[in-house]
Ligand binder design. Structure first.
Ligand SMILES: N=c1c2ncn([C@@H]3O[C@H](COP(=O)(O)OP(=O)(O)OP(=O)(O)O)[C@@H](O)[C@H]3O)c2ncn1[C@@H]1O[C@H](COP(=O)(O)O)[C@@H](O)[C@H]1O
Length: 113
């Protein structure tokens, strides 16, 4: 299994920066620019479709298929975030906040034991 390291967030940030640049590109020149042109509902639809594909891949128990479909889901989710003028950092902040909360709950539980 691959291990998480500094690349995990770097690749999200670099891809997000590229997605931001694509806002100024011609729709015919880039898949991402064509998605922006189709609009929020189309991008949201792609995220929904990719989510279903992830679920099907998970049930199929094919490791490579699951990684591929998850990459499609994450990619389209990043496009949706960019279209909404949000960044991966906004989501990472929320995950970090929740992780912090659960960490505190765990500490409190241990203190009671
Ligand atoms: N990571 C990706 C990525 N993952 C998937 N895809 C594209 O997402 C599409 C999904 O395929 P589907 O079959 O679901 O969709 P489709 O049938 O082509 O389109 P729909 O009719 O369903 O809308 C394919 O065209 C893939 O090529 C991606 N396209 C781009 N990127 C990244 O985005 C960057 C910018 O891309 P461009 O804007 O195209 O240069 C690239 O350098 C990559 O790093």
């Amino acid at each position: 299994m691959a291990t998480a390291d500094h690349r995990s967030t770097e690749v999200l940030e670099q891809l997000a920066a590229l997605l931001e640049q694509r806002k100024g590109a011609e729709a015919g020149s880039s898949y991402v620019a064509s998605l922006y042109q189709k609009g929020r509902a189309k991008i949201a639809q792609k995220v929904g479709e990719e989510g279903v594909e992830v679920a099907l891949a998970a049930v199929g128990d094919d490791r490579d298929e699951l990684i591929n479909e998850m990459a499609d889901l994450w990619f389209h989710s990043l496009v949706l975030l960019a279209d909404a003028n949000l960044t991966p950092a906004d989501v990472l902040d929320e995950l970090e906040r929740r992780f912090g909360l659960s960490g505190l709950e765990e500490k409190a539980r241990r203190a009671q034991d």
